[in-house]
Design a protein around this ligand. Sequence first.
Ligand SMILES: Nc1ncnc2c1ncn2[C@@H]1O[C@H](COP(=O)(O)OP(=O)(O)OP(=O)(O)O)[C@@H](O)[C@H]1O
Ligand SMILES: [Mg+2]
Length: 253
Amino acid sequence: MALLEVSALSKAFGGVMAVQDVAFSVDAGVVYSVIGPNGAGKTTLFNLITGVYTPSGGDIRLDGEAIAGVAPHRLAQKGVARTFQNLQVCMNLTALENVMLGAHLALDRNLLKGLFRAPGLTRADAALRDRAAELMRYVGLDAYRASAASAMPYGALKRLEIARALAVQPRILFLDEPAAGLNPKETTEIDALVRKIADSGITVVLVEHDMKMVMNISDRILVLDYGKKLAEGSAREVRRNPAVIAAYLGKAA
Ligand SMILES: Nc1ncnc2c1ncn2[C@@H]1O[C@H](COP(=O)(O)OP(=O)(O)OP(=O)(O)O)[C@@H](O)[C@H]1O
Ligand SMILES: [Mg+2]
């Protein structure tokens, strides 16, 4: 059985079918990419799977369990984590606190209230802090541990979001354009980080416009166009697919 199985998934916004009758499955341990032109429905697909939106129709299964409409924090507890195309970092917190927030998402939302107000750190909080620091090291942000998030450059914030998502200890991680807005050097670093995450056994679902990264890193690729599935297959298959070339790669060229 696949780790993630999506069938006949649809989402309508008024008259716009942002996602229409999309089906695919993701095996555990792979890097699975979703590509397509602007407005193709990639982020909406992520929002449906990660509980931000309730589908208009269709089915989403994680390890066989129906999860459509389940709230994001519950999904986090089931091992689903994500980053956002538009950064969603808490700018009034430090980098480390942002990562700790991620861990709390998977634990208990009520703990969150007390966390930053408590006079002394409890042992659990200290453990959380250690774990967050370790994750910051893992994503290459050791130097920013004590930094205010608001003082960090954009490229570092992109990696901070990944650290926060990893704090959930996910089985499956959704990355929505992790390399967007990065320079070539930063993109290479993100590419290496995504590989490292995948090699650690976490299943990665990636939306990315950087075709070099997508073609190199993906075990399988889903191509969306106008909310519909246009193609699905290995990088080799997708790259040769005439419909894909016409609809997507053609436009980019
Ligand atoms: N909350 C919303 N309300 C109304 N329409 C929406 C909403 N979210 C997305 N859409 C529409 O759904 C379609 C798909 O948008 P989506 O953001 O999923 O595309 P995308 O593939 O992620 O694009 P991009 O590559 O630009 O990020 C677009 O037509 C968009 O305008
Ligand atoms: Mg998007």
